[in-house]
Design a protein around this ligand. Structure first.
Ligand code: RRO
Length: 312
C-alpha cells in the first residue's frame, strides 16, 4: 500500500519518523535516522546554549512494555550545531528534515527562529511548547495566553508553514481554548500531539526507589500507556483545526497503533519510546505492518481512512 504523505507542504515517502528527543541529539544519531527507513527526521529540541541536561539515570523503560519515563532536562548541542547540520543536509534525498526548537524564553525562540529563517533552508520548524522536565520552567502548552503571545511573534517571523509540539490536554474546554488560539495563525501548518504525559512517578516495588534521579523521580511518561491520550488529542485537534494537519505521537509499538493514529486524523506519525527500545529498524517493521493492515482492509492510501474513525 502507499503510505506516503505530505506535511507542511513537504513530501514524505512514508508517514513515520522519530519523535524529537529520540535518536537525534548528535550527528551520529542523525546519521542512523538518515540510514533508517523513516520517512523524515527531526532533531533534538534545541536551546540557544548547549545543555548537559539532568543527572542520570534520567530515562528508563517500564516493565511489561507499558512505556517509559524520562526527565532528560533538554540536553542538546545548542541551536548553532543543528543549524550547521541543516546547512549541510542533503535536501535532494527524499527524506525531509524537521528542526525542533525549545527556547527557554520568547527572546530565545526569536533568536533561533531568525537564524533558521535567515539561512533560507528547506527544513521545517517544530516549536516545542511542551517540555515537562526543566526544573522551574512550566510547560508553555498549558498557558494559553503565553502560547498566543509566542505564536503572535514567531508565526510572522517564520512566514512559511511550521508546526508546534503540544502537551497532552485532558479536558474538552482546554481543546477548545487551545484550538481557538491555533486557528488565529495561518502559517501554523501542523500540531504534533502529544509530548510525554508530564510528571509521572515510577517506583520499583522491591527496592522502593524511584526509577529515575531528577526531580525526586518525576518524569514524562511515553509508550503504550499513553496511546489513548494521544489518540484523543490527535482526534480533538483534527476536528477543531480545519486546514491544519496533525502529527500523531504516543504509544506506537506496531502498525496497528500507527493505523489508529491515522484513523484519528494524523497525517504523519512519530515514534519515541519504541524507537529508543528497538532502534532504527523499528521504521521498516512498522511501515510493513501498516502496509499489510491497509492491504487486508482494502485501503490503498492514507487518505482512504485518515480521520474516519466511526463514532457510536
Ligand atoms: O529533554 C527532555 O527532558 C524532554 C523534552 Br525537551 C520534551 O519535550 N519531552 C520529553 O519527554 N523530554
Amino acid at each position: 500500500a502507499d503510505i506516503s504523505t505530505t506535511l507542511a507542504g513537504v513530501k514524505l515517502p512514508n508517514l513515520l519518523f522519530n519523535a524529537s528527543g529520540v535518536c537525534c541529539q548528535t550527528e551520529a544519531d542523525l546519521k542512523l535516522m538518515v540510514e533508517s527507513e523513516s520517512g523524515a527526521l527531526i532533531t533534538k529540541s534545541a536551546t540557544v546554549e548547549q545543555r548537559d541536561g539532568n543527572p542520570a539515570p534520567r530515562y528508563t523503560p517500564l516493565p511489561n512494555g507499558i512505556g517509559s519515563i524520562n526527565s532528560m532536562g533538554l540536553p542538546n548541542e545548542g541551536y548553532e550545531y543543528y543549524l550547521e547540520y541543516a546547512k549541510k543536509y542533503d535536501y535532494n534525498s527524499e527524506k525531509p528534515l524537521f528542526i525542533s526548537l525549545s527556547g527557554l524564553s520568547l527572546d530565545d525562540n526569536v533568536k533561533m527562529c531568525k537564524a533558521f529563517v535567515d539561512a533560507k533552508l528547506p527544513c521545517v520548524l517544530e516549536i516545542n511548547y511542551s517540555c515537562p522536565n526543566v526544573p522551574g520552567k512550566p510547560q508553555m502548552g498549558y498557558d494559553m495566553e503565553a502560547m498566543e503571545k509566542s505564536l503572535s511573534v514567531l508565526a510572522p517571523l517564520i512566514k512559511k508553514p511550521f508546526g508546534i509540539k503540544l502537551p497532552p490536554y485532558f479536558d474538552i474546554a482546554h481543546f477548545d481554548q487551545a484550538a481557538a488560539v491555533f486557528n488565529k495563525f495561518d502559517n501554523l501548518a501542523f500540531v504534533t500531539c502529544i509530548n510525554s504525559v508530564g510528571n509521572g512517578l515510577a517506583i520499583d516495588f522491591v527496592t522502593e526507589q524511584a526509577l529515575i534521579k531528577p526531580k525526586d523521580g518525576f518524569g514524562g511518561l511515553g509508550g503504550l500507556m499513553v496511546l489513548n491520550t494521544a489518540l484523543a488529542n490527535v482526534n480533538a485537534f483534527h476536528r477543531r483545526l480545519p486546514g491544519k494537519q496533525i502529527v500523531g505521537v504516543g504509544g506506537v509499538v506496531s502498525g496497528k497503533e500507527a493505523f489508529l493514529h491515522v484513523l484519528a486524523g494524523a497525517s504523519a506519525v512519530q515514534i519515541g519510546t519504541m524507537l529508543k527500545e528497538e532502534g532504527p529498524g523499528v521504521f521498516a517493521r512498522i511501515a510493513k505492518e501498516l502496509s499489510d493492515i491497509m492491504v487486508a482492509k482494502g485501503y490503498k492510501t492514507l487518505e482512504d481512512f485518515r480521520g474516519k474513525v466511526k463514532t457510536l
